[in-house]
Design a protein around this ligand. Structure first.
Ligand SMILES: [Zn+2]
Length: 157
């Protein structure tokens, strides 16, 4: 593992000669330098929702809110590992092979490439998780979860 520098350079067209002051300082969404989670939650309103907050050639950071019992559409990724910081509530990750991770506010969950993740909010309050993925973040969607009874309609990437 580690970084292939040629690959990194190929992915980044916008190379800066610094140091320079920030070129971007958006008030919401990608380019926002200081992300105040309480303000994002207030603006987004009732769960479920997701909000892309960080985006560049190599990072996608998305804040996701969901209510107890709500979950994502199970999927896996072929070429990047994904990780999440749990910022509120409780969640479980149901994974290929039957492993279940129960996580709560303050925890970080890391899932290696190739492993299906079905993520469901547990407990009795809204959960918040900050998902970190790598562009283009291709999803391989599943039509069922091997760990529970939930199914989904077929979906293309
Ligand atoms: Zn994923």
């Amino acid at each position: 593992m580690g970084t292939n520098w040629q690959g990194v350079n190929d992915a980044v067209d916008d190379v800066v000669v610094g140091p320079i002051p920030p070129r971007v300082d958006a008030s919401m969404g990608p380019g926002m330098m200081h992300i105040e989670i309480d303000k994002v939650v207030a603006e987004m309103g009732p769960a479920p929702w997701s909000k892309l907050l960080i985006e560049d050639e190599r990072n996608l950071g998305t804040l996701i809110a969901s209510m107890p019992g709500q979950g994502n559409h199970a999927h896996w990724h072929s070429n990047f590992d994904e990780w999440w910081a749990v910022m509120a509530g409780k969640l479980r990750w149901e994974l290929t092979g039957g492993k279940i991770i129960h996580a709560q506010k303050g925890d970080i969950v890391w899932i290696p490439r190739g492993t299906v993740h079905h993520i469901v909010t547990e407990g009795d309050e809204m959960s918040l998780r900050f998902a970190v993925a790598m562009p283009p973040a291709v999803h391989v969607w599943q039509e069922e979860c091997e760990n529970c009874d939930v199914t989904w309609d077929a979906r293309e990437p």
